[in-house]
Design a protein. Structure first.
Length: 132
């Protein structure tokens, strides 16, 4: 094992590249027939350690300025996951907590709108059907 590049093991972990294209067919919504935005996203998700995952994404609405998103997930216990992130446009901090009790997930998330001094809160409940 070489000591010249001590960080090479960092990049041997699992990495996924994800790209999505949404609303490419110009769908319209409601009676006003407003078009939904066409959005392209691309990014990477990497597991650096079984307890530590990072994600980064570029989101481009074709009508507006793009947004860079970055987040970190830490899993200190098998049943618990913490996440924190940042969205560049507009500057938003995000955070979340997920607790797994048997096959039921209880989730909480928040977004801080620094320019408005407001927070948005979300709660969720999920069930892992484990169909593998």
């Amino acid at each position: 094992r070489s000591t010249l590049f001590p960080y090479t093991t960092l990049f041997r972990s699992n990495w996924d590249w994800i790209t999505t294209i949404r609303n490419i067919n110009y769908p319209k919504i409601g009676t006003s027939k407003d078009e939904l935005p066409q959005v392209i996203t691309t990014g990477f998700v990497g597991t650096l350690h079984k307890y530590f995952t990072i994600a980064t994404e570029w989101e481009q609405d074709l009508a507006y300025k793009g947004t860079l998103k970055f987040g970190v997930m830490v899993k200190p216990l098998r049943q618990m996951l913490f996440s924190v992130g940042y969205v560049s446009n507009p500057g938003q901090l995000t955070a979340g907590l997920s607790i797994n009790i048997n096959k039921i997930y209880l989730e909480y998330g928040t977004i801080a709108y620094s320019n408005l001094g407001l927070f948005t809160h979300q709660l969720g409940i999920g069930v892992n059907l484990d169909r593998h």
